[in-house]
Design a protein around this ligand. Structure first.
Ligand code: FES
Length: 678
């Protein structure tokens, strides 16, 4: 008689097994992804399966109710104490009795998929570097003397085929009491880095440890530090938190922080200390909010720009402030948490820092490349990570180029007269009626437009405090579309534009978006200086993109991806009206949200992705904007709105831009616009 057939879904793997074979053993033999922490001892419940009964013509079997052994006392005890869904069995307890179809639910799969919300994004396959293993260790024997660690290593090899292991002193110190407390049964957190020949025991608990393992994906930006706390078994994000980077007090932007170090020798040590302290506070806060022990956070992946990279590591960043912008190290780093003073996480915790691409293009850009995968696209894709220093990637399957461009902080609301960071009360959306030239706007913290009768009351708490980066972009683009600002970026006067909202300011004019001065409030206007600041920033961004296109030999791009928290809020149409980004069909411009943070999360949850990005970064061609002769030419041409020479045909299919120039010598005597001669 032939052995019964066992078919696993969703993998479709099948094989014949002798009657009495545990389903967990059958799964292991076939390479089916079925989890187990306790090694089949019936105590971890990770191996839960959902047997399917009935006729399965597709598989050519009938799966009878008698196809598995009877429900046993181990399962009954587990279900009564911990609960288990009806119809579920423990794979290590149920044995094969006849042909059977076994479904492995997602939560029982080790390499489960973490579905990303973004439609275009790939899912993450779970394969974390650290996992929990329950193990029974031989007791010491005077006749065969050996160390407790050696017997732990032998047990791990015998029960889990771990290969050779090592352990830091912190673990060795607690090894003996833990083994004895657990009555020679312990759970270890075993870390196997993608380059490690030898796995390392990161922590050890008596008996079966079930409180979980956690990791952090950290995006260490020059302005804010954002971290996601992730469950290392299922990839869930348990919490996210952000704090301001405390280094801001040493300089708003990166170069001013480098200058601070140049002027204050040893200043980098202070900056290193404050950023590490901020990270420790974030760890404590995230663990507290998620109600987990911060010592269960065993890994962190950090992405950051090159200056932050060096300041975090305690490396003097001065070389990054001057040509040839040499990094102390560009490769990926695997470190112990105590090397970075990250005391709040597990004392044996591991830190992985993605590789930097070049002296101006950091590990954050590498993380964007990991998340967005430009090198796997057929379409030529431009990815723009907008920040104080924009980082750009351009590529397709043939090759990928990268550069950075010094946009400055204008896009974040700095250098703007009523500018502010994105916070409640900041104007973030603007529309201007092209006929009446009257604006309406929305502020962060309120869903209503300002022309809604309930708006005033709804914004009492936040007030209307200023204009943030996305707000100023929309305001200027709307002004351009409404004929209030010309293609050279010059504001018209009240006479030229026909609206009293244009008020004189010295020899220039400002457009009043909001005026509450009559009630003791603020006036928020877009000044000529604001427009100049945005022109400089957007010209740098566009020139960087054009330089990459030159290098690629492309006249146009197929797709544009706006990355970064700011990118998530920019309207593609308005960005293109300003000429921030190259012309492309508007429905081919999308936001990728915090792609750098997502890249960090991928690297945290999937070991192979670390090798992948290290290899990818090695193949990315770096283009240095600072020394490129054509940068200046592109920069000057990009000063116009949207551009002096590039025609933006896709944009013009959907937007009409008034073609006029205001009198640059001031208001014309007749107050009329001067038409451009064509
Ligand atoms: Fe742990 Fe089955 S493998 S309960």
């Amino acid at each position: 008689m032939t052995d019964p057939l066992v078919i696993f879904t969703p993998s479709g793997k099948r094989g014949r097994f002798a009657v009495g074979t545990p389903i967990l053993s059958a799964a292991r033999k076939l390479g089916v992804d079925l989890d187990s922490v306790c090694g089949g001892r019936g105590i971890c419940s990770k191996c839960q399966i959902a047997p399917q009964f009935g006729e399965f013509p597709k598989h050519g079997v009938t799966s009878a109710q008698t196809a598995l052994s009877d429900w046993n006392t181990v399962e009954e005890r587990y279900k009564s104490i911990r609960g288990m869904l009806d119809g579920r069995r423990l794979g290590c307890q149920a044995t094969v009795q006849g042909d059977v179809v076994i479904d492995v639910p997602p939560e029982s799969q080790v390499h489960k998929q973490v579905v990303r919300k973004e439609v275009t994004a790939r899912d993450i396959i779970m394969d974390p570097a650290t996992r929990l293993l329950f193990v029974e260790v031989d007791e010491p024997d005077m006749h065969e003397p050996s160390g407790d660690f050696e017997r732990l290593a032998a047990a791990l090899e015998a029960q889990w085929e771990t290969g050779p292991i090592t352990a830091p002193l912190a673990v060795l110190k607690k090894l003996q009491p833990t083994l004895r407390k657990g009555n020679w049964q312990v759970t270890v957190a075993l870390h196997q880095g993608h380059h490690d020949q030898v796995a390392r025991v990161m922590d050890i608990w008596p008996g079966l440890y079930e409180a979980g393992l956690f990791g952090l994906a950290i995006d260490l930006g020059s302005t804010t530090i954002a971290a996601h706390l992730c469950d290392l078994t299922d990839g869930r994000v348990l919490g996210s938190a952000g704090v301001m980077n405390p280094q801001i007090r040493f300089g708003e932007d990166l170069m001013s922080r480098v200058s601070y170090v140049m002027m204050n020798p040893g200043g980098e040590e202070e900056m290193t200390r404050v950023v590490r302290e901020a990270l420790n506070r974030l760890v404590v806060e995230l663990a507290r909010d998620a109600e987990i022990d911060s010592a269960a956070i065993v890994e962190a992946v950090i992405v950051c720009n090159p200056v932050m990279h060096h300041l975090l590591l305690g490396i003097d960043p001065v070389e990054l402030g001057q040509a040839p912008f040499a990094l102390a190290i560009s490769g990926a780093l695997s470190l112990d948490s105590h090397e970075l003073d990250l005391r709040a996480m597990n004392t044996s915790g591991r830190i992985y820092i993605l590789p930097c691409i070049a002296g101006h293009v950091g590990a954050d850009c590498a993380a964007v490349a990991l998340s967005e995968e430009p090198g796997k696209q057929d379409d030529l894709t431009l990815i723009v990570d907008v920040g104080t220093n924009a980082e750009l990637l351009l590529g397709n399957r043939t090759r990928v180029l990268a550069c950075s461009s010094p946009t400055g902080p204008a896009f974040e609301g700095a250098q703007i007269s009523n500018g502010q960071r994105a916070a409640p009360g900041a104007i973030e959306r603007v529309e201007i009626d092209p006929v009446t030239r009257e604006p309406r706007f929305r502020v962060i913290g309120c869903d209503l437009w300002s022309d809604d009768p309930a708006f005033a009351e709804a914004t009492v708490a936040t007030g209307i405090t200023g204009i943030c980066g996305s707000g100023i972009i929309e305001a200027i683009a709307e002004m351009r579309m409404a004929g209030l600002v010309d293609s050279k970026g010059l504001n018209g006067s009240a006479e030229q534009t026909g609206t009293a909202r244009m008020i004189p300011e010295g020899r220039t004019h400002s457009y009043v978006l909001h005026d509450a001065t009559a009630t003791g409030g603020q006036m928020i206007a877009v000044t000529q200086g604001d427009i100049r600041a945005i022109q400089l920033a957007k010209s740098a961004l566009y020139a960087g993109a054009r330089l990459l296109m030159d290098e690629f030999g492309a006249e146009r791009v197929d797709r544009v991806v706006l990355a970064g928290a700011f990118g998530a809020h920019i309207s593609p149409k308005h960005a293109m009206v300003l000429g921030m980004i190259p012309d492309a069909p508007l429905d081919h411009v999308r936001s990728a949200g915090n792609a750098a943070g997502t890249g960090a999360r991928i690297a945290l949850l999937n070991r192979a992705s670390r090798s992948e990005i290290e290899e990818t970064v090695g193949r990315i061609t770096k283009v240095e904007t600072a020394i490129a002769p054509r940068f200046q030419e592109h920069f000057v041409n990009a000063n116009a709105l949207p551009h002096a020479t590039d025609l933006f045909p896709e944009l013009r299919k959907v937007v009409t831009l008034p073609d006029m120039l205001f009198n640059t010598s001031g208001d014309g005597p007749d107050g009329r616009r001067r038409r451009r001669r064509s």
